[in-house]
Design a protein around this ligand. Structure first.
Ligand SMILES: Cc1cc2nc3c(=O)[nH]c(=O)nc-3n(C[C@H](O)[C@H](O)[C@H](O)COP(=O)(O)O)c2cc1C
Length: 363
C-alpha cells in the first residue's frame, strides 16, 4: 500500500485539505485563492455557470493565485421523461412567492444541461482538477482532461458507484457520506429509496470504498476539523473534501442569513430533502422544506432539474431579503463546529490540528 505522502503526491496535492466545490455562489474566487494560498486546494462548483462565466471565474482565480485549482460539473443529465404534471408543485410554491411579493411562479421547462459547452470552457480554464458529481464523467471528457494533464475525480456514495468511477478512468474517488451538506452525488439506483434511510455515513463508507478500489479515496461529509481529517486518513482516505466548514468563512459567497443559520443550528436540525431542486440534498430544516416536502404528496416536487428552476426566483429573492425560511440552507451534520473566520486562518488551523492529532495518536 502506498504511504499517505505517496498518495498525496500521486494526486499532486500539497496537503489533505480540499475545499469542496459549492455550486450556487459559496465558492467565490476569493475563497478558492485564499484556500490555495494557505496550503489547501480550492474548487469551483461550476454546474450553474455558463461557459463564459466559467472562463471569467477561472481568470479571476488566476489573477489571485498561481497555484492549481479545480472545477466541478454535474454529470450530464439523462434525457427527461414525459413532462410531469406541474400544477401541484406550482401551487406549493405560490404562497411563498406571494409572501415575498413576487409574481406567480411559472412552469419551468427543460433546457439542455449545457455540459458540453461547460466542459469546453473547463478544458481551457487552466484548472488542474476536473471533478464530477451526479454520475460518471463522459468517456471523452476523461480522455480530453487527461490529455491536458488534468486530474479527474468522481463522486461516489456507495462502493458500487466508486467501482464504476474507477472503471471509467478517474484518478481518485470522492466518497461522500450521508452527513454531507448539499446534494447527494448518488447515481446508481434510486437515491431517494426509503426517503434516505439507507444512506451510508462517511465512517462506514470510506474504508469500504478504500478496500474496493485501487485509486486514492477522498473522504467527504461531516468533516469539520483536524480530528475529522485525521480520522478520515486513518480510515484509508488520502485527502478530505470539506464544504460546510468553508461556508461560514468570510470569503464564502452565500447570503449572510445562510451563514447565520449554520452558526446557530444544532447537529440534529438538518435533513435530506428534495424540496428545493428535486434531487436529495442536506440542509437546515426551514419552513419551505417542511411545507413543500410532503410524504403524502410526492408529486408536489418536480424531478431535477425542473424543481431547481422552479424554486430559483424564490431563493434569489429570499437571499436578497435575508429570509432564511425560504433559502436552501445547505449544510452538513457537523455544522456545530463551524466558525466565522477568514479562510486562510481556517486552513492553517486545519493543517496544524490534523498534525497535532496524528502525533497524539501516534505517540
Ligand atoms: C452549499 C453546498 C454546495 C455544494 N455543491 C456541490 C457541487 O456543486 N458539486 C459537488 O460535487 N458537491 C457539492 N457539494 C457537496 C460537497 O462536495 C461535499 O460533499 C460536502 O460539502 C461534504 O460535506 P460537509 O458539508 O459536511 O463538509 C456542496 C455542498 C454544499 C454544502
Amino acid at each position: 500500500m502506498p504511504s499517505h505522502m505517496e498518495s498525496l503526491k500521486r494526486l499532486g496535492l500539497r496537503s489533505p485539505v480540499i475545499q469542496a466545490p459549492m455550486a450556487g455562489g459559496g465558492d467565490t474566487a476569493a475563497l478558492v485563492a485564499a484556500v490555495n494560498e494557505a496550503g489547501g486546494l480550492g474548487f469551483v462548483g461550476a454546474a450553474y455557470l455558463s461557459d463564459a462565466q466559467i472562463s471569467e471565474r477561472a481568470l479571476d482565480i488566476r489573477n489571485r493565485t498561481a497555484l492549481p485549482f479545480g472545477i466541478n460539473l454535474f454529470a450530464p443529465t439523462p434525457a427527461p421523461g414525459p413532462a410531469p404534471m406541474m400544477s401541484d408543485a406550482l401551487a406549493r410554491v405560490a404562497p411563498f412567492h406571494a409572501e415575498l411579493g413576487l409574481a406567480d411562479p411559472v412552469a419551468p421547462s427543460h433546457v439542455g444541461d449545457g455540459f458540453d459547452r461547460q466542459f469546453a470552457a473547463l478544458l481551457d480554464s487552466g484548472a488542474t482538477y476536473y471533478s464530477v458529481t451526479f454520475g460518471l464523467p463522459p468517456a471523452e471528457s476523461v480522455s480530453a482532461a487527461k490529455a491536458r494533464g488534468m486530474r479527474v475525480l468522481g463522486t461516489a456514495t456507495t462502493v458500487a458507484e466508486a467501482v464504476a468511477l474507477e472503471q471509467a478512468g478517474v484518478d481518485a474517488v470522492i466518497a461522500q457520506g450521508s452527513e454531507a451538506g448539499g446534494h447527494r452525488g448518488s447515481f446508481i439506483g434510486d437515491p431517494w429509496k426509503d426517503r434516505g434511510a439507507n444512506l451510508v455515513g462517511t465512517m462506514a463508507l470510506v474504508p469500504q470504498v478504500a478496500d474496493a478500489v485501487g485509486i486514492p479515496v477522498i473522504a467527504s461529509g461531516g468533516i469539520m476539523d483536524g480530528r475529522g481529517i485525521a480520522a478520515a486518513l486513518a480510515l484509508g482516505a488520502t485527502a478530505v473534501q470539506m464544504g460546510t466548514v468553508f461556508l461560514t468563512s468570510d470569503e464564502a459567497g452565500i447570503p449572510e442569513a445562510h451563514k447565520a443559520a449554520i452558526l446557530s443550528a444544532r447537529e440534529d436540525q438538518t435533513r435530506i430533502t428534495r424540496a428545493f431542486s428535486g434531487r436529495p440534498a442536506r440542509g437546515i430544516v426551514n419552513r419551505f422544506m417542511e411545507t413543500v416536502e410532503d410524504p403524502a404528496a410526492p408529486d408536489a416536487v418536480l424531478p431535477f432539474p425542473l424543481q431547481n428552476t422552479l424554486t430559483r426566483p424564490l431563493r434569489t429573492a429570499a437571499g436578497k431579503a435575508g429570509r432564511a425560511e425560504f433559502l436552501s440552507l445547505w449544510a452538513g451534520q457537523g455544522l456545530r463546529l463551524a466558525q466565522r473566520r477568514p479562510a486562510a486562518e481556517l486552513v492553517a488551523e486545519l493543517l496544524r490540528r490534523t498534525e497535532a492529532v496524528r502525533r497524539q495518536l501516534g505517540g
